[in-house]
Design a protein around this ligand. Structure first.
Ligand SMILES: NC(=O)c1ccc[n+]([C@@H]2O[C@H](COP(=O)([O-])OP(=O)(O)OC[C@H]3O[C@@H](n4cnc5c(N)ncnc54)[C@H](OP(=O)(O)O)[C@@H]3O)[C@@H](O)[C@H]2O)c1
Length: 368
């Protein structure tokens, strides 16, 4: 975690970046090939110009997501498919509109905004389609706005666009103190669900309780599943699991009939320290990955639902209503932004190291 030891500083290259950023140049983090923290390079590049239908945003802060770690490690499928190398990671940002492309209406230069992008947000400036940018809710600081959209859109899609929920349903959320996990807890409580949050360390328990979870299990302090069975003997209606092979099999086993296992990540296959792929761990994870049998699933009335939003960026029918709801709920206080820890853009490596440790609570953002 930040402050716990020496911080990783990405050496700007080749000239101090602050000295050369001007109206004609911008700074961004570039990963030229898969690697450890040293792969995150701060570079100066020409200022992008917004094309037709785009806005140029001067970012104030950008969100860090676990997926960015996967991009750096070279294991993020949509990054490989849509961009390749080099790549600038980053899905979300907050800042102010700096320029409008041809035909853009509804935004003005200087507007405080936040938005999403399919990669490229780890930068002082980002060009994005105008409909991927929304006015920043007054209730949110720039830092909070930079860290709220990716995790909230993920939680929204999983909970409100892929399954039908009814008040009183029981949901178990793994990694409930993290970015997506805490957004899931907030959205599930907003919709009247009973929430059991699972965390991997004692220091996260109070945070998840404060989010509104009805119960919190610290799986580091005792076996997870006997506690889950005691809290919900009939089984859960929904279990959100991004751990991968560590818990998927037992998560499925703890669904009640009509229950859904919501799969959206595999972070347990990656290392918590060192910043490099552990091929043995990844291979063992792949071997241990449960294979679900449709015949059994039908008889048991249990299902597995999987999704990855980075392959859904062109689905305006999903993105626009989700963003509209989230902006309204953030504006009127029905949901709050996550707790934020900030790092300077040049210390992106320290942010990745912290997120990979599995010890962070809420969201990390980079100040640009
Ligand atoms: N499919 C999608 O569309 C989508 C979108 C966004 C995010 N995701 C996925 O959702 C998950 C959460 O993303 P996030 O950005 O919000 O991260 P995060 O939850 O803030 O951080 C990851 C958490 O996972 C747990 N964890 C378990 N094993 C780990 C390991 N080996 N390395 C690191 N963490 C480990 C830790 O919490 P505990 O120890 O408390 O469990 C850690 O805090 C990730 O798997 C990410 O890839 C998927």
């Amino acid at each position: 975690m930040r402050g716990a030891g020496e911080r990783d500083v990405v050496r700007p290259n080749p000239i101090p970046a602050e000295a050369v950023t001007s109206m004609s140049s911008m700074r961004k983090i570039v990963v030229h090939r898969a690697g450890g923290y040293e792969a995150l390079r701060l570079e100066t590049h020409p200022m992008p110009r917004p094309g037709p239908g785009q806005v140029l945003v001067r970012t104030g802060a950008v969100g860090v997501n676990y997926a960015d770690v996967c991009v750096r490690l070279g294991v993020y499928e949509s990054a490989r498919r849509f961009v390749g190398w080099p790549i600038t990671p980053g899905f979300e940002f907050a800042g102010a509109v700096e320029a409008l492309g041809a035909g853009v209406t509804g935004h003005a230069v200087g507007d405080p905004v936040f938005g999403v992008t399919l990669f490229g947000a780890y930068a002082t400036h980002v060009c994005v389609p105008a409909d991927q940018v929304w006015r920043r809710p007054r209730a949110l600081s720039t830092d909070e706005a930079a860290g709220v959209l990716a995790v909230s859109l993920t939680a929204y899609h999983g909970l409100l666009q892929t399954v039908v929920i009814r008040p009183g349903m029981s949901v178990l959320v793994h990694s409930a103190g993290g970015g997506v996990g805490s957004a899931l807890v907030r959205l599930a409580k907003l919709h009247g669900l009973r929430v059991v949050g699972v965390v991997g360390a004692a220091h996260k328990v109070a945070y998840v309780g404060a989010l509104g979870a009805d119960a919190v299990i610290d799986k580091a302090s005792g076996p997870l599943w006997p506690q889950a069975e005691r809290l919900c003997p009939e089984g859960f209606d929904l279990i959100f699991d991004a751990n991968g092979p560590e818990t998927l099999r037992e998560s499925y086993a703890h669904l009640r009939p009509t229950g859904k296992l919501m799969v959206y990540g595999f972070h347990g296959m990656l290392p918590k320290q060192g910043g490099r792929l552990d091929y043995v761990r990844a291979a063992l994870g792949w071997v241990r990955m449960p294979r679900f049998d449709p015949l059994r699933m039908t008889s048991e009335n249990r299902s597995v639902v999987a999704f990855n939003l980075s392959f859904l960026f062109d689905r305006a029918d999903l993105l626009q209503p989700a963003a509209a709801d989230l902006v309204a709920w953030l504006e009127d206080g029905r949901i709050a932004a996550p707790t934020i820890e900030t790092f300077p853009l040049a210390e992106v490596a320290a942010a990745h190291r912290a997120l990979e440790s599995g010890r962070t609570v809420g969201k990390l953002v980079l100040r640009t």
